[in-house]
Structures are given as C-alpha cells and as structure tokens.
Design a protein around this ligand. Structure first.
Ligand SMILES: [Zn+2]
Length: 389
C-alpha cells in the first residue's frame, strides 16, 4: 500500500540521480581536518543548495572546512532549520582505499551513512516538495557544517545563532533501524584530569616522593563508581598516562574521561558528583589535582516543546504505513546544541544503514524512497503547522 504513495513514487524516480550525486560526494575525502577536501565537497553541496532555491553564505574557516548557511525566504510563517555535516571521521586517502561501491542492495563508502547521504536526502526532499510548500514558511535555513565529528568547535556559534531564531530544527544524522527517528540523545561532558605529585628516587628516598599515578588510580576508581549510581549516567575513563621510569616516583599522571546523562537533571547531578570527588581528600597527601571540563554537549531531551514535532513525524510515518520508533540514544550530535537550547528538535532523520565510523559503513538502497518520502511529509506538514509551535 505504501509503495503507491505519491511521495514514494516521486522519490523512487529520483534515486538514479541521487546515487550519482552521492557517489561524487563520497568520492571526495572530507575528514574533519581535511580543509581542502571539505571545501571542494562544500562547493558541490553549495550548488545543490542553490538549485533547491536557497541563497548560500559561506562562513570561511582558517583551521577547519568552511561552513555553509542557506536561506530560503518565503511568504508564509515559521522558521525551520535543517542541520547536517559533511565532515567524516576518516583520514585522507580512505576514498582511494575503499571507494564508493554498490553491492547486495547497499551503497558503501567513507562517510556515506554518517552523513553525506543525510545532507543529500534533505536537499533532495526540499526539491521534491518544491513550491508552494517552501514558500509557505517565513524562512527555511540550512546549516551544513564541517566539524561535527570533532564536536563542532568552530560551527557551534553559528548553529546557536540560527537556532535561536528557529521554531523547529530537523537533524539528518543516520539511524540503523528502518522505522525510527531520534527524539533524545544523552548529554556528554568531556574531562581531563591532571594529578601533580613529587618525583623522587624510588630506591634511595621512596617516601620523599608523592606518587601521582597512585592518586590518579584512587580517583579513577571513585569516578568509575559513579557509573550507573545516578539513573542514565555513564562514566568512561578512556585514556591514562603518567610517569616514565620504573625507578622514579611519578610526578605527573593524567586521565581523559567522559560522563553521559539522559537529561538536564541527572547531567547536573553527575557533574556535581564528579566535582565532589575531585574536591575530596587526597589519598596521597600533597598531591594536586586539576580537573578541566570541555567540550560539553547538553542533553537533547524529548521536551514538551518537541511534542508537536514528534506528533508530525509520527503522523507522516503513518501516511506511509510506518509506525515510527522514537529512539533515545547515547551518542551526541548538533541536535544536542539546539535541543539543549529548548528549541523543538527532531534528529535521526537521515538515511537507514549501518556501521557509522567503521570501514564497513553503508546505506540500504531499498529504504531510500520511503525515507525521502518521510522527510517530504514532515516538511509539508510543518509548512502549515509550524506557526502553532
Ligand atoms: Zn554524524
């Protein structure tokens, strides 16, 4: 029944051109630190944004790839923001090592799933719905940024500025399950923990030393004990370093860890609990502890303000014969930034596939038409309801 839906039919007809363009995007290395590659890919994305009726402003970056802001001004009401990134986690040269290919009903290639296909999906959907739908918004903004995979250090101010004026935000990160979108993502706080002790000859004057590694070890055990002690909170100490020689009491030690939590309340509680551990008594006297926090992703919560947006997604899915799962997941995206500001945000609207950040990354071809149709349905519904948000 859903195959007969006109949006699915139109989307199906667009697939050959979609895949051809996607191949050209995936064939450009665009790791977060490959400014040259990102800017070359950005030029293609910009053309595509202009073709969809958007006026594009380039935000030049020195260190990272340039960011793109597209604006379509209509005669209607409401301001919709669409978000996507074109950087990947892969080093330059991966495109040559494992180029775009289609096999077993899947398309493979670096960044194809997360999330070059997502950016192309919403640009395609905007063209498919066309006017008068686009004109019945007061404004549609698109941000395509270049540094999401490293925490959006240079694009977050732009995302915040545009989102502050938006009524709703759609984020096109990929999802694994076919019938799903993402309504909530955990917040993440990244920490660096430095311990300073005192070095001494381990044989001649062992007690004159202050073992920084030992103090760090106690702190790690205490921090890790917070894992699960507050609902939804997870802690991971992911890297440790320190000392240098077996016969020297180590002067320095460092740990990198992160904390994740599902909502603002548990996020704040966990941050306070971490600080309390750091401020507590030292196991190794005379050691000094310095805790540095950042970057932080606020939790994206399924807030009451997001309910109308979630309802629209659900209804648009039903029209296509889909009962959408509303996922709560642990990984962060730029949706955390907009959701953390209290702007209704729906994420996970990108294409269906598997293995993001993995060499076997791919999208499922058979799922593309229905996904494009879902995006078209959501944009169309928003065009006559966003002013009630
Ligand atoms: Zn992504």
């Amino acid at each position: 029944m859903d195959e007969l839906h006109p949006d699915v039919q139109t989307a199906t007809a667009s697939i050959p051109a979609f895949l051809e363009e996607l191949e050209s995007w995936v064939s450009i290395d665009s790791g977060s630190y490959d400014k040259d590659g990102i800017d070359r890919l950005g030029a293609l994305v910009r053309k595509r944004m202009e073709r969809a009726g958007f006026q594009v402003t380039v935000y030049p970056q020195v260190e990272y790839g340039d960011h793109l802001l597209g604006i379509h001004t209509g005669q209607g009401r409401g301001h919709l923001l669409l978000l996507g990134h074109i950087d990947t986690v892969y080093p330059t040269g991966d495109v040559t090592r494992r180029p775009f290919r289609i096999a077993d009903g899947r398309a493979y290639g670096p960044g194809i799933f997360d999330m070059k296909s997502g950016v192309l999906a919403f640009l395609t959907a905007l063209e498919l719905v066309g006017n008068p739908v686009l004109d019945s918004f007061e404004r549609i903004s698109i941000i395509v940024n270049s540094d999401e995979e490293i925490g959006s250090p240079s694009s977050t101010p732009l995302v915040r500025e545009v989102a502050a004026a938006a009524d709703a935000v759609l984020v096109f990160e990929p999802v694994r399950a076919p019938q799903s979108v993402v309504v909530a993502r955990k917040g993440i706080a990244a920490y660096t923990l430095d311990v300073q002790g005192r070095s001494a000859h381990a044989g001649v004057m062992p007690d004159a030393g202050r073992n920084a590694i030992l103090e760090l070890a106690h702190l790690i055990v205490a921090l890790q004990a917070l894992h699960g002690s507050i609902p939804s909170v997870s802690i991971n100490v992911g890297a440790v370093s320190g000392g240098g020689r077996r016969n020297v009491v180590p002067e320095n030690a460092q740990a990198l860890f992160e904390m994740r939590a599902a909502n603002q309340q548990t996020f704040t509680a966990a941050k306070a609990a971490i600080q309390q551990i750091i401020d507590g008594n030292r196991h190794v006297p005379d050691t000094n502890v310095i805790l540095t926090i950042g970057p932080i992703h606020q939790p994206l919560e399924a807030l009451p303000a997001s309910e109308p947006l979630i309802a629209i997604a659900r209804q648009s899915g039903k029209t296509l014969g889909l009962e959408l799962d509303m996922l709560h997941i642990g990984g962060a995206s730029d949706g955390n930034t907009t959701g953390g500001m209290g702007i209704p945000t729906l994420d996970g609207l990108g294409l269906i596939g598997q293995n993001s950040h993995h060499p076997n990354e791919h999208i499922i071809l058979a799922e593309i038409p229905r996904r494009l149709a879902l995006i078209c349905g959501i944009i169309r519904s928003l065009s006559h309801s966003i002013d009630y948000f």
